[in-house]
Design a protein around this ligand. Structure first.
Ligand SMILES: NC(=O)c1ccc[n+]([C@@H]2O[C@H](COP(=O)([O-])OP(=O)(O)OC[C@H]3O[C@@H](n4cnc5c(N)ncnc54)[C@H](O)[C@@H]3O)[C@@H](O)[C@H]2O)c1
Ligand SMILES: O=C(O)C[C@H](O)C(=O)O
Length: 328
């Protein structure tokens, strides 16, 4: 049987630490399957091209049968040309003393330029996951400057938060992560996100009573997940990379190949659960395969959950307003 045509997979920030953990997962077939060949399109800024050439030597030395070609470039139009999948990791990192507004100002030109390039040269059905922070608002900016790409083909990563929540529930309930269901992340990939376990089950039993009820969630579990990224930065001196790469892999595998579980993805708000259009909002989604997903409907949000969902939505509306002011 002949193998399928290669997928063109573009990764930005390809010499960075997340990419270093992600490339082996992609190259070994863990993400798109053991029969799916790939052309890797790697984008970096010019000062990082020497480091990228070392990463490319390591990909070659990995002797991955699925990797058919590797492009290394600092030109977004070369990197995005014909892309079927775009993983946008490269972003300006937050430095000491920087406010969110400063981070938005630094990242806006990057996502504007990449939006233009995607719009011009990517495959019309390209599937995009934005990882670089502030991920939800970077996705909104990208979509604005890539009007030919359906906004629903652009997503932002909240699967890391979802996995963090799954792992903490499994640990507390003393079960396998495979036995935990109906966990989800609402809103922004930030410290206002709402990791929701109010309907979650472990081994078929409700987890809420065993996690201390609403009071226990508010004091323990929720802030732990909201601040996990910052806690890892404090411990490692660098942000999460291995777990972020694993989450990107999970996000893409669920999206492209389908998933029997409800997962979390930041997608364009469509009014579901009262969230205004115009922001990328993390919802529980069902990935039905073939690159399609649908926002899970019909969840009855209790008053406790509604308060958190509204707070994270308010943060995203404010980020959107700050970004729009910078468009002028
Ligand atoms: N959404 C999430 O769950 C999540 C999780 C972890 C990290 N992150 C974010 O991911 C981003 C990358 O993290 P990292 O640890 O790999 O950082 P890193 O600094 O190790 O790597 C980032 C790379 O991006 C490159 N880069 C910068 N601007 C670029 C541009 N315009 N085009 C192409 N490449 C560019 C840099 O040269 C660098 O090599 C950060 O913004 C981080 O906060 C998000
Ligand atoms: O929290 C951060 O700034 C890094 C990253 O987004 C994470 O969640 O680990």
């Amino acid at each position: 049987m002949s193998s399928p045509a290669p997928l063109n997979v573009c990764i930005t920030g390809a010499a960075g630490q997340i990419s270093y953990s992600l490339l082996p997962l992609l190259s070994s077939g863990h993400v798109f399957g053991p029969d799916q060949p790939l052309n890797l399109h790697l984008l970096e800024i010019p000062p990082a091209l020497p480091a990228l050439s070392g990463v490319v030597m390591e990909i070659i030395d990995g002797a991955y049968p699925l990797v058919k070609s590797v492009i290394q470039t600092s030109d977004p139009k070369v990197a995005f040309r014909g892309a079927h999948i775009a993983i946008l990791v490269g972003a300006f990192p937050r430095r000491a003393g920087m406010e969110r507004k400063d981070l938005l100002a630094k990242n806006l030109p990057i996502f504007k330029a990449q939006g233009h390039a995607l719009n011009e040269v990517a495959n019309r059905d390209v599937k995009v996951v934005v990882v670089g922070n502030p991920a939800n608002t970077n996705a909104m900016v990208l979509s604005h400057f890539a009007p030919q790409i359906p906004p629903t083909n652009i997503t932002a990563l909240t699967r890391l938060d979802h996995n963090r929540a799954l792992a903490q529930v499994a640990k507390r309930m003393d079960v396998s992560v495979l036995d935990v269901h109906d966990v989800c992340i609402w809103g922004n990939h930030s410290s206002t996100q709402y990791p929701d376990v109010t309907r979650a089950t472990a081994d078929g039993k409700q987890v809420l009573p065993k996690m201390g009820g609403f009071g226990g969630l508010a004091e323990g579990f929720i802030p732990l997940i909201q601040k996990r990224g910052a806690t890892i930065i404090q411990a490692r001196g660098m942000s999460s990379a291995m777990s972020a790469a694993n989450a990107i892999s999970d996000h893409l595998r669920s999206w492209i190949l389908g998933d029997s579980q409800v997962v979390s993805m930041a997608v364009p708000a469509d009014g579901s659960y009262g969230i205004n259009k115009g922001v990328y909002f993390s919802y529980p989604v069902r990935c039905v395969g073939g690159g399609s997903y649908e926002i899970v409907q019909g969840i009855e949000l209790d008053e406790f959950s509604r308060k958190y969902v509204e707070a994270t939505a308010a943060e995203l509306y404010a980020e959107r307003a700050e970004a729009l002011a910078l468009f002028e």
